[in-house]
Design a protein around this ligand. Structure first.
Ligand SMILES: [Zn+2]
Length: 222
């Protein structure tokens, strides 16, 4: 997750859509926007996963042929903000779940501003500041973020993991687990920081009511 540039070999090149033999670009998905950057000097405007293939979408065709070795550079400033936002969103969800029993109904992680939707009736200003305060308490403890793989059956045998294992499509038999200290553990495919101190400070931006008991909280990191 900390690879900022790398070399790779072009497998297929269909106009502006390039498949490489390996990549450090994180494709769009799981509520995260995709990475951007450059591939052989050409702008990569989006990265998308279709089936098992990851397509690097170039702004304009770069005349690449299969077999070519290309140097790729991620827009690291943007990517590092996505990592900080994403780890923050997990902590925020864990805090709101613990404090209010609310479940997450959706999220969108972007470099400038992110949002998390909760299934919650009551969501006033004081409550939000107390949640954000608890998030920042956890962040400032310098929690290690661990990622590891676990067999689906193994996860299902652990009562704490049942919820997340069941949430994954049955076709997935190895789950990637992301554990943020003692605050949050879940199956997750996205990019995270190694230690919560890298987040800095989480700040609430605004809230919106999205339907009867759906509350949307926008936040950022400083
Ligand atoms: Zn996540």
């Amino acid at each position: 997750m900390y690879i900022r540039e790398f070399d790779a070999r072009v497998e297929t090149a269909d106009g502006t859509r390039i498949v490489l033999d390996q990549t450090a670009f994180n494709p769009r998905g799981g509520g995260l926007v995709s990475d951007i950057g450059t591939l052989a000097g050409a702008r990569v405007s989006e990265v998308v996963k279709e089936g098992e293939e990851i397509f690097h979408v170039l702004e304009s065709p770069a005349g690449l042929e299969p077999g070519a070795v290309v140097h790729c550079v991620l827009d690291w400033e943007r990517r590092f903000r996505i990592m900080r936002m994403h780890t923050s969103a997990h902590i925020l969800s864990a805090v709101v779940n613990r404090e209010a029993g609310a479940l997450i109904t959706g999220n969108q992680i972007s470099p400038d501003q992110s949002r998390v939707d909760f299934n919650l009736d009551d969501f006033d200003k004081e409550r939000i500041s107390s949640y954000i305060e608890k998030v920042n308490e956890a962040v400032s403890r310098g929690l290690e973020v661990r990622t590891y793989f676990m067999k689906r059956e193994e996860a299902l045998a652990n009562p704490g993991f049942v919820k997340l294992a069941n949430a994954m499509p049955p076709s997935v038999d190895m789950l990637r687990i992301v554990q943020i200290g003692d605050v949050d553990t879940q199956a997750d495919g996205g990019v995270h920081v190694k230690n919560t101190l890298e987040i800095g400070r989480v700040v609430a931006v605004k809230t919106e009511n999205k339907g009867k008991s759906n509350r949307r909280l926008y936040f950022t990191v400083e």
